[in-house]
Write a protein that binds this ligand. Structure first.
Ligand code: AVI
Length: 333
């Protein structure tokens, strides 16, 4: 559906960019805070302030992912486009489209290509359209307003003939827990279609876990502010009274699961009132809430997961420091 005709749909949310309403937030918060080990979904990290803080994270010296991915796109753009030979490009979680623009500029190819940027934020889609009109005027742009994991029905299904390249940059796949991840993989595979190619951003397991930990616990404290902002989102939207300063940002590398976790830890015992739910939640001193997982892959683990979703890695492209990968996949096991 075109961005302009989705404007109404966006009115469900109080902020552009949020694809949920406060009742959904309320019940998800209740789900998470009544578990024996408390948890909040990382999708609620991105209100307006959260999105601004995430933008700052992308520029931090410790957070290498975005820069590494851009390096691959610049170096391997031609190879990617000649491998996929797409007539359609679906960009899941497109943002401003800067990564796709880098890919297309590196490959020097836009004519005859139909570009579907998919993003939950109308403002981002507008920015993306403007940028493409200015810098890549030959590109036919058909924006789709949808969250990265709920594009079903919004993007036309591929036909048997369609040669489609589906991209998802930024390593967002790793923010899903394994069960949801596999279901999401299958959605991506269906979106690509039988003749399509997937290009996925993958953050790699680092020999030195401190490099990964530093990326989520930067010296300037931006990631800490990003994490704590989640409590502010709950205060603002659900009439809650979290004392944000009473929680510490915590980062833990879970070796067995191959992911990094962000958590928030209560400094002391407290009871938080959630007005909209008419409920309160007790925190013991030192009690933690898990707020995000971010999986870090070896090539072998990634290939195995892909095969469970019926996809096969055909090319494994990495940056020069081997910190990040952009594998090209097609159907097959
Ligand atoms: C969006 N996502 C891929 C980021 C990540 O690295 O998992 C979110 C993030 N969390 C803390 N810093 C960045």
């Amino acid at each position: 559906m075109a961005a302009s005709s989705r404007a109404e749909a966006a009115s469900h949310s109080s902020h552009d960019g949020e694809s949920y309403d406060r009742y959904e937030l309320a019940y998800d918060v209740l789900d998470g805070l009544t578990r024996p080990f408390k948890e909040l979904s990382s999708r609620f990290l991105y209100d307006k302030r959260g999105a601004e803080l995430f933008d700052r994270i992308l520029g931090l010296p410790e957070y290498y992912q975005g820069r590494a991915e851009m390096e691959i796109l610049r170096q391997q753009g031609t190879l990617i486009m000649s491998f996929a030979e797409p007539d359609e490009l679906v960009d899941v979680g497109a943002g401003s489209g800067v990564k796709t623009k880098t890919l297309l500029e590196a490959a020097g190819r836009t004519s005859g290509l139909r570009y579907f940027p998919v993003d939950k934020s109308l403002a981002m889609l507008r920015q993306c359209i403007q940028q493409m009109e200015r810098d890549l005027p030959d590109l036919a742009v058909a924006p789709v307003q949808a969250d990265f994991d709920s594009f079903d029905g919004s993007v036309p299904a591929p036909t048997r003939e369609t040669k489609r390249l589906v991209t998802m940059f930024g390593g967002t796949l790793g923010n899903l827990l394994p069960g949801s991840r596999l279901r999401f993989w299958r959605k991506l595979a269906a979106l690509a279609g039988p003749r399509g190619t997937l290009l996925l951003g993958v953050d790699l397991l680092n020999e030195d876990p401190q490099v990964t930990e530093a990326a989520y616990d930067d010296a300037a404290g931006v990631t800490s502010a990003f994490n704590k902002n989640l409590l502010q989102v709950i205060n603002d939207r659900l009439e809650a009274d979290f004392d944000v300063a009473a929680f510490d940002h915590l980062v833990i590398f879970d070796d067995a699961n191959g992911w990094i976790e962000m958590r928030l830890r209560a400094r002391h015992r407290c009871r938080v009132q959630i007005g909209l739910l008419d409920r309160s939640v007790q925190f013991e001193p030192g009690e933690e809430i898990r707020t995000e997982v971010s999986a870090k892959y070896s090539q072998q683990d990634f290939e195995r997961e892909a095969s469970w979703a019926g996809m096969q890695v055909r090319k494994w492209l990495t940056d020069s420091a081997s910190q990040f990968a952009l594998p090209l996949l097609t159907a097959g096991r």
